[in-house]
Design a protein around this ligand. Structure first.
Ligand code: MLT
Length: 398
């Protein structure tokens, strides 16, 4: 007799962004012909530059000839891409061996799957509010022991180290959803805590390219000792426009150790997990990834990142002009707005949609401390962003 994984029943009925899509569709059906402007999900919109496109095309072309065709590749990723990523870290004076890098089809899957190499009894610490994947993946794995690290106006939306011992600590910086960015000193406190307690930090750096302040760390490995206690998950989605192409990577350092593991063990466990459950990233996507890491590729990708950050600036300026309290959006593509008039986040979602026809993401969808806040995404075509802002300024009654 088959039985379901009843941990699914412990999750909200729908994933946050599916719920938003559902509510938006209901509004669209009731209001035919109304243009809905989407600043909800962080989905890229701008075309990929020609250098990276040439790389992707090269990947396709290679499949057309017997001499260059390839089928399954290494589950860990093309060795050229692992090498290129290792060299890319070197530019920031970070030494990561290619064998410590696992190429994947994106950071979302890796951030959901990484917990599988840890004991189901491990206590996890997550931020509140949080990117839902970290929490939901642990609940599905049967972990109920969750420590919430509150991120509020008071602490600048970056939490203090846990008061008690925890085993796995998830940190995302630049942060989704609040747009806050951890300083080196803040990350150092977590690294010191993790080393002391033999905890592991799972650091999501998917938005690293949005940091323009040179003092802010783009990788946890900028912090001394982090290789002993941190896994870094990263992505080509938000900096190379690969949200649909799908490509990411995870660093599991050889030096990483926890309570019952020796040097190299966690790296070999992730290798075992990936070789068992994953057949490697697309060879076409990996050629694109390689092209994006060339100096011209990096320049072209950064140009698009700067474009989104210009959107972020416009959003901030407009909302501030309206007298709203706005956070984030300075070294991050998300704007975290304080909901006016003491409304709930979902009330504001409905109000923004019905009055201005703009879709955003309710802060409470990311956790209880997100209540009273609202996330707007700077990913979007300039024309749509401007249309949305004009409509908000003209039609939103606050
Ligand atoms: C978001 O809007 O939070 C992100 O686009 C979701 C993701 O990257 O999976």
């Amino acid at each position: 007799m088959a039985t379901i994984n009843s941990n699914y029943d412990k999750l909200p009925a729908t994933y946050l962004f599916s719920e938003i899509a559902k509510r938006t569709a209901v509004f669209a059906k009731k209001n035919p012909g109304v243009e809905i402007l989407k600043l909800g999900i962080g989905n890229t919109t701008e075309p990929i530059g020609h250098v990276v496109i040439s790389g992707l095309k090269k990947g396709v072309e290679k499949l057309s000839k017997l001499s260059t065709y390839s089928g399954y590749g290494d589950e860990q990723g093309d060795s050229r891409l692992r090498e290129a990523l290792s060299n890319w870290y070197k530019k920031s004076k970070i030494q990561i061996d290619p064998l410590e890098i696992f190429v994947s089809d994106g950071a979302k899957a890796d951030s959901a799957n990484i917990q599988s190499i840890f004991d189901s009894g491990n206590k996890i610490a997550i931020c509140d509010p949080v990117y839902p994947v970290y929490k939901d993946s642990n609940i599905l794995a049967g972990r109920e022991n969750i420590y919430y690290m509150s991120c509020t106006e008071k602490n600048g939306f970056f939490p203090d180290i846990p008061k008690n011992k925890v085993d796995l600590i998830y940190i995302c910086s630049p942060n989704n959803p609040t747009g806050a960015v951890a300083t080196k000193a803040q990350l150092k406190r977590f690294v010191d805590f993790a080393i002391k307690n033999k905890s592991i930090i799972i650091f999501d750096a998917a938005y690293f390219a949005y940091i323009s302040n040179p003092k802010l760390p783009k990788s946890i490995y900028e912090i001394p000792g982090a290789k002993k206690c941190a896994i870094e998950i990263n992505s080509f989605s938000k900096w190379a426009g690969f949200t649909g192409v799908r490509l990411g990577w995870t660093v599991v350092p050889m030096d990483l150790i926890c309570q019952n593991s020796k040097r190299g063990k966690l790296n070999s466990l992730w290798n075992r997990r990936q070789t068992t459950m994953f057949n490697g990233a697309s060879n076409i996507a990996q050629e694109g990834g390689l092209a994006s890491l060339t100096s011209d590729g990096v320049k072209q990708c950064q140009k698009v990142v700067n474009y989104y950050m210009q959107n972020a600036k416009l959003i901030r300026i407009t909302l501030e002009r309206m007298g709203l309290k706005v956070y984030g959006g300075q070294n991050a593509p998300y704007i975290w707005l304080k909901v006016p008039l003491g409304m709930t986040s979902w009330d504001f979602f409905e109000k923004l949609l019905s009055e201005a026809h703009v879709v955003g993401t309710p802060g409470s969808g990311f956790g209880p401390s997100g209540e009273g806040f609202f996330r707007l995404s700077a990913f979007g075509h300039r024309q749509n962003i401007k249309k949305a802002l004009t409509s908000i300024e003209k039609n939103l009654k606050i």
